[in-house]
Design a protein around this ligand. Structure first.
Ligand SMILES: *Cc1c(COP(=O)(O)O)cnc(C)c1O
Length: 337
């Protein structure tokens, strides 16, 4: 096995050996006391990470499943989709694919969608919900979801947040910021293997979700809400991953979420200084793609000089024993992550 500390993809991220080990525990019936106490441990670990008093839904799917759930379960009405990268574009595609009347704003990849653009859209038309990606994994850009939630509340528009590379690595205050739905996947900032998605709905959001037509079954959050209070999931969960989640939740609690945020900030700043130093040393235009005031601490896209191809760098680094990410979507050739 390659040594720990050499794997630097935005996702899946490297998983601690003791977390992998936890998955070797025996199967349990998922209707029964032993499972319920495992699920309670998972809840105890996840709630402080989401900074919520609400229960955390556990979906045996990748994060995209809960993106779809968010859209399907928003109360009837049009959906405003904030797009500033490949994953927020996906959120907009999902809204269309679920038959929602969806409007896209933004579309530029180099910054968050400006608040005044969102405000104009909300003034022009009534939206029941908006979709936003907190930490755009394709660009490394961070959107101020607290300010967005404050704005959207004035228009009674629910804020559906994809924080797949945010939650667990950068501050997210689900309750204090009044976020209506926050989702993540297991394999990014939470450093678990892929296969689970986690989400928290505000009481207001879930109370209105029952009005949404065509919620389907597998991603019906109204069902998740009913089961979560019994420490259960609506259908057979990916049990082995729940063992891993319980252990990782306890590891994060020992470190504390605040220290984890700090540690990611330190790693991000280390990366920014490296890029700066490289630019000086090579006399070539290496730079951090995201604007200085809107950077995610968990993922950095580095713009390359025009004569350097991203995939060649990724291959060269791999030869030295490290896995890094190439660019994503339309930044594939021009960045590394
Ligand atoms: C990885 C990622 C997703 C999709 O996750 P899957 O687990 O592949 O479904 C969605 N949004 C963001 C921001 C991501 O980084």
């Amino acid at each position: 096995m390659t040594p720990f500390g050499t794997f630097f993809l935005p996702g899946p991220t490297e998983v601690r050996p003791e977390v992998l080990q936890a998955m070797l525990q025996p199967m349990l019936p998922h209707r029964g006391a032993a499972f319920e106490s495992l699920f309670a441990r998972v809840q105890a670990g996840l709630k402080p990470i989401f900074r919520t008093q609400r229960p955390v839904y556990v979906s045996s799917s990748s994060a995209t499943g809960l993106m779809e759930a968010a859209v399907r379960c928003a109360r009837p009405g049009a959906v405003l989709c904030l797009v500033n990268g490949a994953f927020s574009e996906r959120f907009a595609h999902i809204a269309h694919a679920c038959g929602r009347d969806a409007t896209v704003v933004g579309g530029e990849w180099h910054r968050p969608v400006p608040l005044d653009v969102v405000e104009d859209a909300l003034r022009t038309r009534r939206y029941s919900a908006l979709t936003v990606v907190h930490s755009e994994t394709s660009t490394g850009t961070l959107t101020d979801i607290q300010a967005l939630a404050t704005l959207a509340r004035q228009f009674d528009c629910a804020v559906l947040v994809d924080s797949v590379t945010g939650l667990g690595g950068v501050p997210v205050e689900t309750d204090a910021w009044g976020l209506d739905f926050v989702l993540t996947g297991s394999q990014k900032a939470l450093a678990l293997p892929p296969g689970l998605a986690f989400g928290v709905a505000s009481e207001h959001f879930i109370a209105e979700a029952g009005q949404a037509q065509g919620r389907g079954l597998y991603f019906d959050l109204v069902e998740f809400e009913q089961y979560v209070h019994r420490n259960q999931t609506p259908n057979t969960p990916a049990l082995s991953l729940l063992y891993a989640t319980a252990v990782q939740g306890e590891r994060i609690a020992r470190e504390t979420i605040a220290r984890r945020w700090e540690r990611h900030q330190e790693m991000a700043e280390h990366t920014y200084s490296w890029v700066h130093e490289l630019r000086q040393r090579a006399g070539a235009p290496f730079c951090v793609y995201a604007p200085e005031d809107a950077r995610s601490h968990t993922v950095t896209a580095v713009s390359l000089p025009p004569n350097l191809a991203g995939d060649a760098i990724v291959k060269g680094v791999a030869k030295r024993g490290f896995v890094i990410g190439g660019g994503y979507g339309k930044l594939k050739a021009s960045t590394i992550r």
